[in-house]
Design a protein around this ligand. Structure first.
Ligand code: ADP
Length: 827
């Protein structure tokens, strides 16, 4: 924007200041119009004045000159006439005079008579009359007076033009002055306000509006009022922005909170799912174990019964033995089914894949059941679609078992009519064939409501059918599991009283696809390296970290200890140091992965429950990393030593497991075993945590005494103090988490402190915390609250007893020292 003292300011004024220029224009238009009108009026009055003056001159001539001129004419005094005429000619604006005398012949003309042809003589005439007493009035001549109107008009125009010009100049200067005043007093402030409001609109914050060069008057003028209004608007906008930002922050916070809660819920749901799955598998495993255990004596019973049946028996006894034999056979079948199902759940029961012919498989299965069909007077047929590629590659054993089960059921539940096996291709593509197997019967059928549940284990149509036909309700569940494992699907279509059609379809390699894919189809389950049981060496024989008896290396063995809970870390480190190992400690999985990348260790001790990345995951990464530690033995340290969990650690590549709380002898044994696998294993792997709910002693004094013996009182005292500090901090964290009902956090904190407490021998506290952790994982808020209420008291009780115990130990050992010292004193 140009300043007003810049010459270009005026040229660009219209563009830069449209309002100012418009005001200027209107001022000019109005002023000029007024000037013109006033000048015209002024001219009109001047004209009237001139005319009046001419009239008065004529009057003066008439009254002052006409009579004396008539007298001079009467007297024939030419000279006097001339003098008098010159006197009249001297009046202003008289162009010329002409005297036409009746006494003498020539006219007298004074002044200049225009010679131009268009001149019209409009002179005024005065009659020169002389009165004599004898003759009365006598006309002696006529005087013509010609007025110079051009001069009068010229004068009037001149005056008018000067007036217009001077007025216009005056108005122009006034307008410029006005424009400057408007610019200085109004326009520039309006422009400043516009600029300011535009800046606010763009979100540029410049503080409240203050007009430069505009001192605020005591009584605010209009501009001050506009400034106040803009500032109020600005405050309102700012408040609005702040409120919105706060709202947005609140929203973001709530969103983050929600995300966090969802994440935790998902995690806890995931872990709950895993727990449920584990429990489910454990149940199947239990059934399988039991079945397996029962099968052995049952085989004995069947064998004995068979032997008895082959011997001489009287009718009644034979009947009894036959009863025993039949019941045992049925029981054996049931047990086999349970075992099969459990194996399927474990995913280890799919027979190996091999090449086979579908038509032959179907016919051979049908052939097996022909005697039964004949016995029941049922027609049994096999129908193979001619479009089938019979030569296939797949788990023929599984197919045979599924088909046999379906066919056995079909024959079992059909009293009259027929049973048919039919096989047809669904699609054929690039060496693979989708095949649909169907077993159709005209038997009793299955009610609609049951058709959806019929593939669940232990499901049968109803009591009467079970009573009539027997069975366990496991056959279809086994078939379904097998089909699922083979990547297929299975279903049933049935109408009560009319019959059923069981079908399953799966993809098999055809002859063309066999050679290419055979390697990938193998269904054998290769179990990973078996977990090594903890070794059995003399419990108190130290390993001597220079690997005496373990390794022939001369340097101390390097052990990496991955443990996030400080107390556990200190205890484990102390144990390892006592064994002579050089111990490197890290606190989480990330650090463990970093250090194992390029620093070779002889052994890694890995806590399983680590923050962010579990010990199991870390172990997997190390095994897959191809780093210097890919083959380093890794021992899991954990309180979770259920067989399923141990199996999981094993699958992840752990070499052994040592249960928590650590016991030096056990740790030593495990290390011995993984470093020197030839040492005979001792069956100690299944040590569970020793405490039980019934065992209500607060401290595991034997463990603490062991710690005191192995680590020394100073170290134990240090660890106990740390436990105290941890317990107080954890209690407050749990308290905070309880306020917002964050059970995930409660579970995490409880788990950590439980580990530390257990290591220290505070077994009642550890037990409470573990139960609290479980309750939190199960989202049992009321239960967690109950534990939480008790926690504070329990912590202080535990810590008091722990400190007392240590103190007692200190006193006892100093008394012992005194006693020994006295005993050694000479008499
Ligand atoms: P089980 O035969 O040992 O009882 P299954 O799992 O093989 O166990 O079968 C479960 C139930 O499904 C049977 O008890 C029966 O009620 C029903 N079922 C199976 N196959 C048929 C069939 N072909 N016709 C009618 N009902 C059947």
């Amino acid at each position: 924007m140009l300043h007003w003292n810049n010459p270009k300011f005026f040229f660009n004024y219209k563009n830069n200041h449209p309002l100012g220029s418009r005001i200027l224009l209107w001022i000019l238009i109005f002023s000029l119009s007024f000037t013109l009108i006033s000048t015209t009026i002024q001219l009109y009055y001047d004209y009237r004045k001139e005319v009046a003056q001419i009239e008065s001159r004529f009057e003066l001539i008439r009254s002052g000159y006409v009579d004396s001129l008539a007298k001079s004419l009467w007297d024939l005094d030419r000279e006097q006439v001339r003098i008098q005429l010159e006197g009249v000619l001297n009046f202003p604006d008289i162009r010329f005079l002409r005297l036409e005398s009746n006494i003498w012949s020539e006219n007298i003309i004074l002044g200049s008579v225009p010679q131009n042809s268009d001149f019209v003589d409009d002179s005024s005439r005065f009659e020169l009359i002389h009165h004599t007493p004898l003759k009365g009035d006598q006309l002696l001549g006529t005087l013509f007076v010609n007025i110079d109107y051009d001069a009068v008009y010229g004068r009037l125009w001149g005056t008018g033009l000067i007036t217009v010009f001077s007025n216009t100049l005056f108005i122009f200067l006034i307008s410029i002055a006005l424009m400057i005043i408007v610019q200085l007093k109004v326009t520039r402030y309006l422009e400043a306000m516009a600029l300011y409001t535009r800046q606010i609109g763009r979100g540029e914050e410049n503080g409240p509006l203050e007009l430069k060069h505009k001192p605020r008057s005591a009584r605010p003028d209009e501009l001050d009022q506009v400034v106040d209004a803009i500032n109020e608007m600005r405050s309102a906008i700012l408040q609005d922005i702040i409120r919105r930002e706060q709202d947005q922050e609140k929203l973001l916070y709530s969103r983050d909170q929600l995300q966090e809660i969802v994440k935790r819920r998902t995690e806890s749901l995931q872990s709950a799912k895993e727990v449920a799955e584990t429990a489910d598998k454990a149940k199947s495993q239990f059934l399988a174990t039991m079945s397996h255990e029962i099968r052995t004596p049952l085989n004995g019973v069947i064998g004995m019964a068979q032997l008895l049946l082959n011997s001489e028996l009287d009718g009644k006894n034979r009947e009894y033995i036959e009863g025993i034999y039949q019941s045992s056979t049925i029981l054996l079948e049931t047990l086999n089914n349970v075992l099969d199902y459990a194996k399927l759940v474990e995913g280890v029961h799919i027979p190996e894949s091999m090449a086979f012919r579908i038509d032959e498989l179907s016919k051979s299965v049908a052939l097996l059941f022909t005697p039964l069909a004949t016995e029941k007077n049922l027609s049994l047929s096999v129908n193979i679609d001619p479009a089938m590629h019979n030569m296939c590659y797949g788990s023929v054993g599984a197919l045979r078992q599924i088909l046999s089960n379906l066919l056995a059921n079909a024959l079992k539940f059909t009293q009259e009519g027929s049973v048919e096996i039919s096989v047809s291709p669904v699609w054929l593509y690039e060496g693979k064939q989708r095949v649909c197997f169907q077993v159709e019967d005209t038997g009793i059928g299955i009610p609609d409501v049951l058709q959806t549940r019929i593939f669940e284990r232990f499901t049968q149509a109803d009591e009467s059918i079970t009573r009539r036909f027997g069975g366990t309700g496991l056959g279809l569940a086994i078939c379904k599991k097998m089909v699922d494992s083979l990547g297929g699907k299975m279903g049933v279509k049935s109408e009560e009283g009319k019959g059923s059609r069981f079908w399953f379809e799966l993809t098999l390699d055809t002859q063309e696809g066999i050679s290419a894919d055979r390697a990938g189809i193998s269904m054998t389950n290769t179990s990973s390296t078996a977990i090594r049981a903890m070794g059995a060496i003399e419990p108190n024989t130290p390993l001597k970290g220079h690997a005496a008896g373990v390794s022939k290396k001369s340097r101390p063995l390097h052990v990496l200890l991955v443990e996030d809970v400080s107390i556990n870390r200190q205890v484990a480190e102390a144990f390892l140091s006592l064994e002579g190992f050089e111990v490197f400690c890290v606190v989480d999985g990330k650090e463990a992965l970093e250090i194992t990348q390029d620093q070779k260790f002889d052994l890694i001790l890995m806590d399983v429950h680590l923050p962010e990345m579990s010990g199991v995951e870390v172990c997997q990464h190390i095994r897959e990393s191809h780093s210097v530690n890919t083959d380093t033995p890794i021992i899991a340290l954990t309180a979770s030593v259920q067989p399923k969990e141990v199996e999981q650690y094993k699958r992840a590549g752990m070499s052994s497991v040592v249960p928590k709380p650590l016991i030096q002898g056990e740790l030593r044994d495990a290390i011995q075993q993984v470093l020197q696998p030839t040492a005979p294993p001792a069956d100690k792997a299944s040590r569970q945590t020793n405490h039980t709910d019934e065992d209500n002693t607060v401290l595991d004094e034997s463990l603490i005494a062991l710690h005191l013996k192995v680590l020394g009182i100073t170290k134990v005292e240090k660890i106990a103090n740390e436990l105290k500090h941890n317990a107080v901090a954890t209690e407050s964290k749990i308290h905070d988490a309880m306020i917002i009902a964050d059970l995930f956090e409660v579970s995490e904190q409880a788990h950590k402190l439980a580990g530390a407490a257990e290591t220290m021998g505070a077994k009642a506290l550890a037990s409470t915390l573990k139960r609290m952790e479980c309750a939190a994982n199960d989202e049992k808020l009321v239960e967690v609250e109950r534990f939480h209420r008790a926690l504070n008291g329990e912590i202080s009780q535990t810590l008091t007893l722990l400190m007392d115990f240590i103190e007692r130990h200190r006193k006892a050992s100093s008394e012992l020292q005194d006693k020994n010292a006295k005993a050694n004193l000479p008499e």
